[in-house]
Design a protein around this ligand. Sequence first.
Ligand SMILES: Cc1cc2nc3c(=O)[nH]c(=O)nc-3n(C[C@H](O)[C@H](O)[C@H](O)COP(=O)(O)OP(=O)(O)OC[C@H]3O[C@@H](n4cnc5c(N)ncnc54)[C@H](O)[C@@H]3O)c2cc1C
Length: 399
Amino acid sequence: MEMSGFTEDQLSVREAITKICSNFPDEYWAERDESGEYPHELHAALAKDGWIGIALPEELGGANLGISEATMMMHTISESGAGIAGAQTMHANVYATQPIAKFATLEQCRRFLPDLISGKTRVCFGVTEPNTGLETLKLRTVAKRDGDFYYISGQKIWITSAQVTSKMVLLARTTPLEDVKKKSDGLSLFFIDLDKSATGLELKKIKKMGGRAVDANEVFFDNYKIPADSLIGTEGEGFKIVLHGMNAERCLLAGEALGLGYAALTRASDYARDRVVFGRAIGQNQGIQHPLAASFMNLEAAKLATYHAARLFDASVKDETITPHSVGVACNSAKYLAAEAAFTACERALLAHGGMGYAQEYHVERYLRECFVPRIAPISREMILNYIGEKVLRLPRSY
Ligand SMILES: Cc1cc2nc3c(=O)[nH]c(=O)nc-3n(C[C@H](O)[C@H](O)[C@H](O)COP(=O)(O)OP(=O)(O)OC[C@H]3O[C@@H](n4cnc5c(N)ncnc54)[C@H](O)[C@@H]3O)c2cc1C
């Protein structure tokens, strides 16, 4: 990757993270992908050096940097060969805590965040539901207040790392959809204990295509009891609150996609320099060389979009002239462009390896499998295209 133009903070993040990740080579990730064993060691190593709190306030134990630096961190983790699996050991801990730091009371922040930053606890993010999918505003999980407690009932799906986390940032409905003025009202955000020994909580692992070291789960709540002071901000305003974390997440995931794309291109060019067929290195053929060169430029363009979005997100905290709309457009565009550029890079890298691209030994098949995640989550390519069509180009809403 071309490194000019980054800030000193971003460059030092990259250097430190590269050093930590060098203890977790591609072979480690290939083996974990095969065994499905959770990569606790990476999370522990990053927590030990204070990286989980990269974008959290100093007074709570964080490093007080921004999403620009956090994106560089996730990008570097992924590019090390750890891919999306490695990034997922950190992902929710970094972005799902952003709305907590902004909207929770100081007492709640002190209760929740220092233990996450030190690595003592971990958090997962519970939004997606099986029956409502991308139509988040119709989610059906409910939180009913009774005295000092809420009781949660409903079902979440695709919840990453829920098997190993003891906390969850949860979005649930507190006022029925039919009783609210706007569909985005009546949802509330909670920071809850995920106590697997308690009644009313069950988890079921999902078998999946890639990133198999990190679990994905269905989570079932049946009158699961949580203290009322798990509520973040005002009841009914959870959707507005969670959006703050969602834009940050788009930047992180864009960084993770870029990392995979650059890693794949490095592997492909190494292979294409060495592999000799018909008396010359395969990389001497333009049919191999040009697709890799074009993929590199696509990644560089997506890199600009990604770090522009992250910079805008950070600047918008202090600069009120940067509107939520501009931040949303930049973050969504970055996630889309990075995911697509990375996917193309991974596909071409695999093909440049010929048959060996299909072998686990060269790792590009693992990158390609994982590269579908940024295209699907946290919001699909189609929904980003819908968003740009409607909100930027002012075309009629298509759905
Ligand atoms: C590996 C992985 C990890 C994940 N981790 C988490 C997590 O930790 N927490 C969490 O809450 N969620 C998580 N998710 C869920 C993820 O955010 C969702 O899968 C994603 O938002 C898509 O929702 P869906 O699967 O319900 O798709 P659906 O809503 O069922 O959509 C299916 C397809 O239809 C398309 N579509 C739907 N409506 C339209 C329309 N109007 N116009 C055009 N196309 C449309 C979509 O783009 C998509 O291609 C994860 C998913 C994966 C795969």
